[in-house]
Design a protein around this ligand. Structure first.
Ligand code: ADP
Ligand code: RBF
Ligand code: MG
Length: 200
């Protein structure tokens, strides 16, 4: 029998050093294995030691936190349906979602290079390659593991998703920007001067 895993990470008073860690970039293509094999798509970010200095020193494993995406107006999830049934484009900007991510080599696939892959805890109706993503990494969930089969990996990732949801669903871990918490997540939604000028 598998040892039951804790469903909450970190103290209720809030996160601990060195968190939160920030990372940002545009979503790139991986090997296309996340959704095909697992039914769990992961948005990959380039791992660049210059842009993300902390990433070289952090141990490989599964992390959780908040993600923001700046979906273009052409993306179906950037639209809202009004009560009259018409579809309207929402204002451009970053939207915030909870996330789980893996950092490091994927033991299961014997990959040799390090990757940063984010599974956003939201159902999207289309891909978002090339979209700007920001991450606020809030804590460490577990080490990367090797699995006898893909089902065992999926099962553990589903527990990771549950751990992330429950851990983030506390006042000191939730963001002011989502209306449910006290933590400052303004960096996730901040527009740069360049973004304000851009017409998408
Ligand atoms: P790749 O190997 O190219 O990363 P994946 O099978 O992991 O391929 O699929 C990832 C892509 O799926 C992401 O880049 C994104 O565009 C899309 N996607 C759709 N829903 C999600 C989600 N909930 N979380 C992460 N990516 C998602
Ligand atoms: N890959 C592993 O080989 N071992 C793991 O323990 C593992 N844990 C993961 C946890 C999460 C939350 C996510 C999103 C991915 C994880 N992966 C793990 C990576 C998974 O194998 C990867 O998404 C696929 O290889 C597709 O690129
Ligand atoms: Mg992926």
């Amino acid at each position: 029998m598998a040892v039951p895993r804790p469903r909450i990470i970190g103290p209720s008073t809030g996160l601990e050093k060195p968190y939160p860690l920030q990372m940002e970039g545009r979503v790139i293509r991986g090997f296309g294995r996340g959704s095909r094999d697992l039914g769990i798509p992961t948005a990959n970010l380039p791992v660049d030691d210059h842009l993300t200095p902390w990433i070289a020193g952090i141990k490989s494993g599964v992390y959780f936190g908040w993600a923001s995406l700046r979906l273009p107006s052409s993306h179906p999830n950037q639209h809202a349906t009004t009560s009259s049934g018409t579809t309207m484009a929402k204002a451009m900007g970053f939207r915030i979602y909870p996330m789980v991510m893996s950092i490091g080599r994927n033991n299961f696939y014997n990959n040799t290079t390090r990757s940063a892959e984010v599974h956003v805890l939201h159902k999207f109706d289309a891909d978002f390659y090339g979209v700007e993503m920001r991450l606020l990494v809030m804590g460490f969930i577990r080490e990367m593991k090797d699995y006898p089969n893909v089902e065992a990996l999926i099962e553990d990732i589903e527990v990771d998703c549950d751990v992330a949801r429950q851990s983030l669903d506390r006042e000191a871990w939730a963001l002011r920007e989502t209306g449910k918490g006290t933590l400052d997540g303004s960096w996730l939604v901040r527009e740069t001067a360049e973004q304000n000028r851009a017409v998408v």
